[in-house]
Design a protein around this ligand. Structure first.
Ligand SMILES: [Zn+2]
Length: 250
């Protein structure tokens, strides 16, 4: 039996699906991964040096400018065939949840499934001081093409500086978000692990946790990332090709 046929057999017995997604699925929408070189204004910057609380303390205008620029770039991207295929699974009657490492909103824009953002989201900023979420006006969210330095707006409650509501390097995942993800991962029948590099901890443990809880894990990745468990299937290719292919065979 080939891998697609085995995947279909697992799906025929399944009700609850979790799609655990990483940078690979957003790359299909044209969003660069951190391994791709940056272009234009940000060419000489290293994201790992911009996304820390130390960088924000030292140069809030640079970190805020980077956040607004990414937010704008990602707003221009469209959900890929992979994002849309996930939505098709829920339309077919599966109970679908998404647990993503991505901070874009492409899953939400592809359809109305439940999305848990392990590393936060670019959608809204929060206050650096009091951590409350804040809204941005259209004027505050707009950036000029050549502006890298933008002073962050102030929190309406405590006058602290606003920062992106994402998990920066050296920050811990929010415990309530992690618990929510664990509840979904431990109770699913099939976990799809899609376009994740498997190196960012603790999120990288998620396929192993699903296997230990009795789920079948279907990896969709351009490289073989399987862990050698008999309940694992490896589909090698882009999510934008493999997920629609699997759907069409169901
Ligand atoms: Zn505040």
């Amino acid at each position: 039996m080939n891998t697609i046929a085995e995947g279909i057999q697992a799906l025929k017995k399944a009700k609850r699906l979790v799609f655990f997604t990483g940078a690979g699925i957003s790359a299909d929408s044209g969003i660069p991964t951190y391994r791709d070189p940056l272009k234009g204004l940000w060419k000489k910057h290293d994201p790992s040096l911009l996304e820390t609380s130390k960088a924000f303390r030292e140069n809030p205008a640079l970190v805020w400018g980077w956040y607004l620029w990414r937010r704008e770039q990602w707003g221009l991207a469209q959900p890929s065939c992979g994002h849309l295929a996930i939505n098709r699974f829920s339309e077919m009657g599966f109970d679908v949840s998404v647990v993503t490492q991505n901070i874009d909103d492409l899953h939400e824009r592809a359809g109305p499934q439940q999305v848990v953002h392990l590393h936060g989201s670019l959608a809204k900023p929060k206050c650096f001081a009091c951590h409350r979420p804040a809204d941005l006006s259209a004027k505050q969210a707009a950036i000029a093409d050549d502006a890298a330095l933008l002073e962050p707006p102030r929190c309406p409650r405590c006058n602290g500086k606003l920062r992106p509501d994402v998990v920066w390097f050296e920050e811990k995942l929010p415990i309530d978000i992690w618990k929510k993800a664990m509840a979904l991962v431990k109770s699913c029948d099939v976990l799809f692990s899609v376009g994740t590099s498997g190196i960012v901890m603790p999120a990288a443990d998620i396929p192993a946790i699903a296997l230990a809880s009795g789920a079948t894990v279907i990896h969709v990745n351009i490289a073989d990332v399987s862990l050698g468990n008999p309940n694992e299937l490896m589909l090698i290719g882009r999510a934008a090709d493999m997920l629609p292919h699997l759907l069409s065979s169901l």
